[in-house]
Write a protein that binds this ligand. Sequence first.
Ligand code: BJW
Length: 243
Amino acid sequence: MSISSTLIEILRNEAAPIVILTGAGISRESGLHTFRDPDGIWARYDISEVATPEAFIANPELVQSFYNDRRQILHDASVIPNAAHQALVRLEQEWPGEVLLVTQNIDDLHGRAGSKNLIHMHGELLKVRCNHCDAISPWQDDLGAGDTCPACGKTGGLRPHVVWFGEMPLEMERIYQALENCGLFISIGTSGNVYPAAGFVEVAHHQAQAETLEINLEPSDGASLFDHALYGPATKCVPEFVD
Ligand code: BJW
């Protein structure tokens, strides 16, 4: 069932806090591949070989080249924020209550579009983390074993600042606090396969009695958990909802 304009007006009048979760589907029409679609990243790579801490120990060159390739694609001039990223900026600016945007994406398209209240729960492709000093630093270029940490000057300890399977996603306390207090939870362009993000809808529903809305190309694995849904490409559905 689609969300009615009357319900949106009630939530607006209450200045209800909104939490938005985004996934790879929102960046698909900017030219970035999703993970689990037939043409997705996991059709070409084995998750266990590139997205676990064990993989980084066993074959750091393969893991670095996986992220170096994706960093290069992100620098491509054709990869820019789309109408869905832009609509979420308008929502943040115009909604009378707090809008927290939590993205699982490691691309920088929400930030480039202008979203401010933004959490990258799975990290950021254009940052590195140092295993020697824990510093997180901006990083635009290819990364390799011989690179030096901009913060401590030591070599050999840099890794992509991303959250692999088995690692703790970032800023979870802030995210759960927002979920427990929101009036509307919106999930956009995510398949609902990866936890803890896939469980956010239940936290919003049970602990905050929030309205829940899924916006996705097609019903996700967790579709039955949502009160409302809009199905179609994000560049069509997200502006439609916001405007
Ligand atoms: C469109 C569209 C268009 C397309 N418009 N839509 C058993 C049970 C429960 C949990 C576990 C378990 N065994 C292991 C776990 C934990 C594990 C997990 O979830 N495993 C599952 C596979 C079962 N999770 C973890 O390990 C996480 N850490 C953790 O749990 O720590 C402990 C903890 C517990 C509780 C609280 C706190 C902490 C870490 C997960 C790290 C995920 N990392 C990755 C890769 C790293 C970053 C990177 O390289 O980019 O993150 S995996 C990959 O999946 C990436 C994504 O962020 C993530 C989610 O994918 P997403 O965004 O949903 O993409 P897709 O492709 O799946 O879906 C795209 C959707 O868009 C589709 O539905 C399309 O239809 C749609 N779409 N075009 C709109 N144009």
